[in-house]
Design a protein around this ligand. Structure first.
Ligand SMILES: [Zn+2]
Length: 140
């Protein structure tokens, strides 16, 4: 039996799930669920803000990406490679989870600021009396 047999399912955090599923605070997804007028990236202006753009390309996250590479040695930041890296060891799993946590929490904070802007488009404004997010929470 190896260390992975003991790992609880809850270890797949909310923010890792957002990155893996693409159902999170990404322009592409927010546009698809009609929360944003377009799919572009608010951080760098790229035309399509997907989870893959955030992981591999967005120049806003250069430091987070460098930290992830330093700990894990990962070169290829495709989703397939990121998942394989996570499964490599507990240390690498934690490094990926930490990177997702840092990046997604900042993206969410920026999204909250856009929602709170009194000049925000109606579709972007914070909804009251309705479930605000359609994401599935996996963490307790
Ligand atoms: Zn970007």
């Amino acid at each position: 039996m190896n260390e992975w047999a003991d790992r609880r399912r809850g270890a797949l955090t909310f923010r890792v799930t957002q990155v893996v599923s693409g159902h999170g605070c990404f322009g592409h997804y927010l546009h698809r669920i009609k929360r944003e007028p377009g799919p572009q990236c608010h951080e760098c202006g790229a035309v399509d803000d997907t989870a893959q753009h955030t992981l591999e390309d967005c120049n806003r996250w250069v430091e987070e990406r460098a930290a992830l590479r330093l700990v894990t040695g990962v070169v290829d930041l495709s989703l397939h490679s990121i998942i394989a890296t996570m499964l490599g060891s507990e240390r690498k799993w934690d490094a990926v989870a930490s990177c997702c946590e840092q990046v997604m929490s900042q993206k969410e904070e920026a999204e909250r600021e856009r929602e709170a802007d009194p000049d925000a488009l109606p579709l972007r404004r914070r909804r009251r009396g309705r479930k605000r997010r359609a994401y599935v929470r996996l963490d307790p």
